[in-house]
Design a protein around this ligand. Structure first.
Ligand SMILES: Cc1ncc(COP(=O)(O)O)c(C=O)c1O
Length: 387
């Protein structure tokens, strides 16, 4: 096979946006209200209803402008502060650990399980007793075993699920993001549903929601929509700054896109599942290649294969690039990143699993609008490399 025309290039990902998303944005632009308002409120209600109709109920949802903001707000609402220790996996995006540092707390980095790359409960057990909170990440959409994680950390340690990759994920225990104390989803441009930038915090504790509502917009004790539309209290300037809050609210433009994407979430998921299954059946038995486990609830945000060595992985990445196929690595672990490595004296030997995975993992293109012909091209190119 050879790369001959530009239109045969297979991107790593493309957001699935259509006429309905465009119409929703136009509707908001014409409405005259662009920032947090009726669309955001409705998005929150619809998101909570989505989770509640598929799980054990009782979830609220709070829209924010990113999952990073969501993690920060969730930690703050749980009372995490300077000097507190919060467990995070090393194999994650920097946002998971950065949110801990924003509060002056200390991330405690945990090694991975060899299959999924998720936080290893046994390693977590070793730091049990010293933790104020913990943030397991459902890496690639492969759900963590939250029950095992809770057992390892002890029942008193609150769990914030970093579900940035895991919407929707239907596990036997319930949906990922609703299994711990607080869930945080991302709607970044490449995520399973998108608002360009955005996120959603979910949980059941009403006090946490109250705190998040206040802190996501400057610590103001009234919402902006409420200040301008409440006929009983028309003076928009009459509010108090009750705390030093942040600027983390979602715009109505983003929320309008999110509402359409949410209504499509299950059909987008079905397409990703089908594509993942097609990769798995095509590559089953390819020597030297380990395929992702098709566990119950895998959201298939990413399809991550493992090679047997770094040379083989880099060779595969180069070959795919040569064939016009884009791929990526999720992630180079935080113990290899200079900021985290230097400030926390992180050594690769303390993360043998994540360190080995980092050299062998490769994320293969997968998105719901991917054409059969494009997927066939990826399938053939990878097989050719291993032949
Ligand atoms: C595991 C994980 N957590 C958190 C985030 C942060 O999401 P956002 O870009 O919405 O802030 C990301 C983003 O890629 C992520 O991969």
């Amino acid at each position: 096979m050879s790369r001959n025309t530009e239109n045969l290039v297979v991107p790593f990902f493309k957001p699935c946006l259509g006429r309905r998303e465009i119409a929703a944005v136009k509707r908001v632009m014409r409405s005259g209200w662009l920032t947090t308002g009726p669309e955001s409120l409705t998005f929150e209600e619809e998101f909570a209803a989505f989770l509640n109709s598929r799980g054990r109920g009782g979830q609220w949802a709070a829209a924010v402008n990113s999952a990073t903001a969501g993690l920060h707000l969730a930690l703050e609402a749980l009372g995490v502060g300077a000097g507190d220790r919060v467990a995070v996996p090393s194999l994650t995006f920097t946002a998971t650990a950065a949110a801990v540092r924003y509060l002056g707390a200390q991330p405690v980095f945990i090694d991975s399980l060899p299959g999924s790359g998720n936080m290893d409960p046994e390693q977590l057990y070793r730091v049990r007793g010293s933790l104020k909170a913990l943030i397991p990440v459902h890496l690639a959409g492969h759900p963590c075993d939250i029950r095992a994680i809770r057992e390892a950390a002890g029942p008193a340690v609150p769990i914030i699920e970093d579900a940035a990759h895991a919407f929707p994920s239907y596990t036997e225990e319930g949906m990922a993001g609703t299994l711990g104390d607080v869930g945080v989803y991302s709607f970044y441009a490449t995520k399973t549903i998108t608002t360009g930038e955005g996120g959603m915090i979910t949980g059941r504790d009403p006090d946490i929601l109250k705190r998040i509502h206040r802190m996501r917009l400057h610590g103001i004790d009234r919402t902006v929509w409420n200040r301008y539309t409440d006929r009983a209290a028309p003076r928009s300037w009459e509010y108090d700054i009750a705390d030093l809050g942040f600027k983390y609210n979602m715009t109505d433009v983003a929320a309008a896109i999110g509402r359409v994407q949410l209504s499509r979430a299950d059909s987008l998921y079905a397409m990703r599942r089908e594509q993942a299954a097609a990769y798995t059946s095509a590559w089953n038995g390819v020597e030297g290649l380990e395929l992702p486990e098709d566990v119950c609830g895998h959201a298939w945000h990413l399809y991550i294969v493992k090679t047997s060595s770094r040379e083989q992985r880099d060779g595969l990445a180069d070959w795919l690039h040569h064939e016009g196929i884009c791929c990526s690595v999720h992630f180079i672990p935080l113990h290899r990143m200079s900021y985290w490595r230097k400030n926390y004296n992180l050594l690769p030997e303390n993360f043998p699993v994540a360190d080995s995975l980092a050299d062998r993992i490769l994320s293969i293109p997968l998105w719901p609008g991917m054409k059969k012909q494009q997927q066939q091209r990826v399938i053939a190119a990878l097989k050719e490399y291993f032949q």
